[in-house]
Design a binder for this molecule. Structure first.
Ligand SMILES: [Zn+2]
Length: 543
């Protein structure tokens, strides 16, 4: 510890003359902050913080710029996003039509030897001008010699060609697998569209990406996160090779985004991660400030934009029935009880109102068998959540990770699939706030592909990409929306003692913005850029 001649600690870094939104209990604004090693050691007026400046101190004069605590995106898929970079990008916009996708598939087929897999990603039928799905027969024309597998941006729905169906042995007579559905035409012939676990019948045949491939893609994802000001994220599908890739990058000194792991309960190789964790005595919180086990991720129902979410009344698009549970309620209960009793939190994917209830039933059962206070089991997405369900969430101390960030990119899909009445209770942030439910926020990256500023805008304005307002009665104030992506994120990661606000003792994770988020017109919040991202007291991004 370096002390100056006057006996005062010398800071390593100070930010002065700014407008620092601390997100402390009083929502205080301060001018300056000082950092020593990787921690914040002081906040207050510039005159006070300047007393900690010594010869070795780096001084950043903010010139009035606004600073936030490092942003926490509580549900992303960094390892999945990393490998999507190797696949045909069907994202709309800019992709407008089925014919554009078929051209890209044909171009890829021309590059590859016959028999090699062609993978596409980020596909969304609703956003195409054709307003329908690609068929296996269209894909056959584009790639007659190669199996093709294209996933929807949500990863809950897939389109494949005949070659892929043949390899998977899927015919007219193949029954739907548990937790999935094979779409068929009027004569019962599979159309190439596969819902949920039916996609695994094909994807299990594709060679998995290597640890090196995941790690290389992750470098790009981390650069993107730093540019967006994300300093902590919660990986919602952590698996063995992804965890190896995270460790590989950390071993190479890439300390850029702190990562909490939701360990996927279900693996295509049939392994049992819950058993592995309980065998080793690994509980939630195991790890360090860079890589930490947070929870067991359990897939609950289906997808909102894909039309497979579990609901109480039929959807208008997609499966047009009550949707499905990709994991049976009995299995969700078994996994939840197993994790809970071993001190492991659960993160249960729940989009539809029926799906949310199934998840809450399992958590309620586990808590009744062995009451443990402050477990903060999580509901992921928590999309359609009615007051009755919110009461249960409150009573069970459940911590929702709300996909409010979906609103901009796929909010229109939700309105179309669920209908206007049901979206009244889509990501109900105002009601949750009034009830004292602490929710984090996310956009399920790379299901949608923008950063937290757009998501904060959504929590405030609730307007989709096309300008449609969705349940504006659930909008919250700007300061409250900032809190969702900072302190609340830390809380639902069970890390509010070390993150989520700019206060002495906390990790030195902060972002500098180009505009003042508290005073710009609300419509401009989504366009705010991050100028500097600081993690662990070090600048990891500078515009
Ligand atoms: Zn997800």
């Amino acid at each position: 510890m370096i002390l100056m001649a006057n006996g005062v600690i010398e800071a390593d870094l100070v930010l002065i003359n700014g407008r620092i939104i601390t997100v402390d209990k009083e929502d205080s604004l301060v001018e300056a902050v000082a950092v020593k090693d990787n921690r914040i050691i002081a906040t207050g007026p510039t005159s006070k913080v300047n007393k900690l400046v010594g010869e070795g101190t780096e001084v950043i004069d903010l010139g009035g710029k606004t600073v936030l605590p490092g942003l926490i995106d509580t549900h992303t898929h960094p390892n999945g996003a990393a490998v999507r970079l190797y696949e045909i990008n069907c994202r709309s916009p800019p992709v407008k039509s089925i014919s554009e996708i078929l051209e890209m598939v044909a171009a890829k087929a021309a590059e590859l030897e016959p028999g090699k897999w062609i993978r596409g990603t980020n596909y969304n039928d609703i956003k195409l001008e054709d307003k329908r799905h690609i068929t296996r027969w269209e894909l056959d024309e584009a790639a007659p010699e190669n199996p093709v597998f294209i996933s929807k941006e949500t990863g809950h729905l897939y389109v494949v060609n005949s070659r892929a169906l043949e390899l998977a042995g899927i015919t007219k007579d193949t029954p739907d697998p548990p937790g999935g559905s094979i779409d068929r035409d009027v004569s019962g012939i599979p159309t190439g569209l596969l819902y949920e676990t039916a996609g695994s019948l094909v994807s299990n045949l594709i060679p998995p990406y290597s640890v090196d491939e995941i790690a290389e893609g992750l470098r790009k994802v981390w650069d993107q996160f730093s540019e967006w000001g994300i300093t902590t994220t919660h990986d919602a599908s952590a698996h063995r090779d992804a965890i190896k890739a995270y460790q590989k990058l950390l071993g190479e000194g890439v300390h850029q985004v702190r990562t909490l792991l939701m360990v996927s309960a279900r693996r295509p190789d049939g392994s049992d991660p819950l058993r592995a964790m309980t065998t080793l005595g690994i509980r939630s919180g195991f790890g360090d400030d860079w890589l930490k086990v947070m929870s067991l991720k359990i897939m609950g129902d289906g997808s909102g934009s894909g039309g497979s979410a579990a609901v109480y009344t039929p959807q208008h698009r997609g499966m047009k029935d009550l949707g499905l549970m990709t994991t049976s309620p009995e299995e969700i209960e078994r996994l939840t009880i197993g994790a809970h009793t071993a001190g492991i939190r659960v993160s249960i994917h729940s989009i539809g109102d029926r799906g949310v209830d199934v998840a809450l039933d399992a958590i309620e059962k586990a808590q009744s068998l062995k009451p443990i206070s402050d477990m903060r089991h999580r509901i992921e997405h928590n999309s359609v959540c009615t007051p009755k369900q919110l009461e249960r969430i409150k009573a069970l101390g459940v911590a929702p990770s709300s996909s409010i960030g979906y609103m901009y990119g796929i909010g229109d899909d939700y309105v179309e699939n669920f209908g206007p009445e049901r979206v009244r209770w889509l990501h109900p942030h105002r009601t949750m706030q009034e009830m004292g439910i602490i929710a984090g926020g996310n956009n399920d990256y790379a299901v949608t592909d923008y950063g937290p500023m757009v998501q904060i805008y959504e929590a405030v304005v609730r307007k989709t990409m096309t300008g449609q307002l969705v349940s504006p009665e659930e909008s919250i104030g700007v300061m409250d929306a900032i809190r969702v992506y900072t302190w609340n994120g830390a809380y639902i990661g069970k890390e509010e003692d070390i993150k989520g606000s700019v206060e002495p003792g906390k990790l030195a994770d902060m972002v500098v913005l180009d505009k003042d988020i508290l005073s710009v017109p609300q419509e401009e919040i989504k366009d705010i850029q991050v100028l500097t991202t600081i993690v662990d007291g070090r600048i990891v991004y500078q515009r």
